[in-house]
Design a binder for this molecule. Structure first.
Ligand code: 13P
Ligand code: SF4
Length: 309
């Protein structure tokens, strides 16, 4: 790795009064460089709290948009314009508006993996770490539309006992993890604890010991005395887990579960982003104000504890 490149990033970061945020699925060198690494909720909170002038978001577009919605006075940069989330693109504002028309009294909960326009059409936003709490905060008699992730939606429905109107969206990376992968890994490492992300399919989740967001996985392992874990989420998650727990062993459930969009961020692009102040992520004011209401409700509701009850 080029030392000069790292020095350049540090210099530009200081000159621009920038903070670098990185999602847990980012390449190792980006996580090592970042001021803060975390899951979607942790990054949203950080984005809202930072007093930096510039936020360089090493993640995908909806994350940078979330930062722009929460921090209107800051400049938010995404180092790669094409780093999107296919799941977020599976529903648009028109489709959600049509669904709302079919269920006019329903409250709309959208997963943070959604566009600013979809958030603006929603009453509440949530991440995988607080989705259960968000749904539980809605009066039991109120019908709920949950978009776009059908798998997270089913997990929430099971945990809360609520029947949700689901949208058929899904993560194109987590879908690569199969029941067969979990069975094989369990047979090879019978002592390991299987942690799966709620974005996994239902058969995979049924085989897991713990259903956790990426931030909750880090928290769970930190408190656990176990020494071996099968990690059923984006394979890059083994990096922050190992970094935090060097004594333990982490086995990715599937090497195919790589999010190509998360891996589009490189050190060169971060340096260029700070130098040219690109790509600026902005959200039109009328959408920003509506989306912020849904996000504010999310940021207020913290997850109570990690893991399955
Ligand atoms: P979390 O880090 O919130 O668990 O989200 C996972 C994810 O797929 C982000 O795109
Ligand atoms: Fe989207 Fe899945 Fe990639 Fe997360 S891992 S950014 S949900 S495609």
């Amino acid at each position: 790795m080029s030392e000069k490149l790292l020095e350049k990033i540090e210099r530009l970061k200081a000159e621009r009064k920038a903070v670098i945020l990185a999602h847990n699925y980012q390449p190792p060198e980006i996580q090592d460089l970042a001021d803060f690494c975390g899951d979607s909720l942790g990054l949203s909170i950080k984005a809202a709290q930072t007093d930096a002038d510039v936020i360089v978001f090493c993640g995908v577009k909806f994350m940078a948009e979330t930062a722009a919605i929460l921090s209107p006075g800051k400049l938010v940069l995404l180092p790669e314009k094409l780093a999107g989330c296919p799941m977020a693109d599976m529903i648009n504002a028109e489709q959600l508006s049509e669904l709302k028309g079919e269920h006019p009294d329903a409250a709309v909960v959208c997963y943070v993996n959604s566009s600013a326009e979809v958030k603006a059409e929603s009453d509440y936003c949530c991440t995988s770490s607080n989705a259960v709490e968000v749904v539980n905060s809605i009066p039991p008699e109120r019908q709920i539309i949950f978009v776009p992730d059908q798998h997270l939606g089913r997990f929430v429905a099971e945990k809360t006992g609520r029947s949700l109107v689901l949208w058929p969206g899904y993560c194109t990376t987590h879908i690569f993890i199969t029941e067969e992968d979990i069975k094989k890994a369990r047979a090879k490492y019978p002592d390991a604890i299987v942690m799966a992300h709620p974005e996994c399919s239902e058969p995979v989740k049924k085989l897991a010991d713990e259903l956790l967001s990426t931030g909750q996985m880090l928290e769970f392992v930190r408190k656990s005395s176990a020494k071996r874990f099968i990690v059923a989420t984006e394979a890059g998650m083994t990096y922050p887990l190992k970094k935090q727990n060097p004594e333990a062993e982490f086995i990715a459930a599937s090497d195919r579960a790589i999010c190509p969009n998360m891996k589009k961020i490189t050190l060169e692009k971060v340096a260029w982003s700070l130098e040219d102040m690109q790509y600026k992520i902005t959200v039109p004011q009328e959408i920003r104000i509506k989306a912020k209401k849904a996000l504010d409700r999310m940021v207020e509701i913290l997850p109570s504890k990690a893991g399955k009850d």
